[in-house]
Design a protein around this ligand. Structure first.
Ligand SMILES: [Zn+2]
Length: 141
């Protein structure tokens, strides 16, 4: 979905997210596609088009997230809120497996977000393997 953002807001997001997906950390330069603005709380549920409710996301994370705000923690089976990139710290909820190709959830929020957004999907993991073998290291946020 294409979302119009005023230039100033777009620049603010680019600076905050460093042209990488606020969820899976895929770099725009690696994905070959422009990051899309993601409404953390969907507009359909009253989420506003403002910095505190927007982040950049890769197309896959954005599509899998859709209008969801919660997911199931696979460890407990309980419904939990998805990761909020503006209110929570990425490294508190996610880590990289040693090889740098698969994400691990450190908390219920992290685990539910990985499953719901399918952040270790069959397209991105092989891509990460290529980036890692070319010398890429996952960014540490
Ligand atoms: Zn992503």
């Amino acid at each position: 979905m294409s979302v119009y953002l005023p230039t100033e807001l777009r620049q603010q997001l680019e600076k905050a997210d460093d042209r990488c997906c606020a969820y899976c950390q895929t770099l725009q330069a690696n994905s070959g596609q422009r990051m899309v603005p993601d409404h953390i709380m969907p507009e359909s549920q009253g989420g506003k088009r403002e910095f505190e409710n927007l982040c950049f996301a890769c197309r896959l994370c954005n599509e899998y997230k859709g209008a969801k705000t919660t997911g199931i923690d696979p460890q407990t089976g309980e419904t939990t809120a998805l990761f909020h990139p503006r209110q929570q710290n990425w490294a508190d909820h996610f880590a990289w497996e040693e090889a740098g190709t698969r994400l691990i959830g450190l908390t219920a929020v992290g685990r539910a977000t990985i499953i719901t957004l399918n952040m270790n999907n069959g397209i991105i993991v092989p891509a990460r393997q290529r980036w890692v073998s070319a010398g890429w290291h996952p960014p540490k946020h």
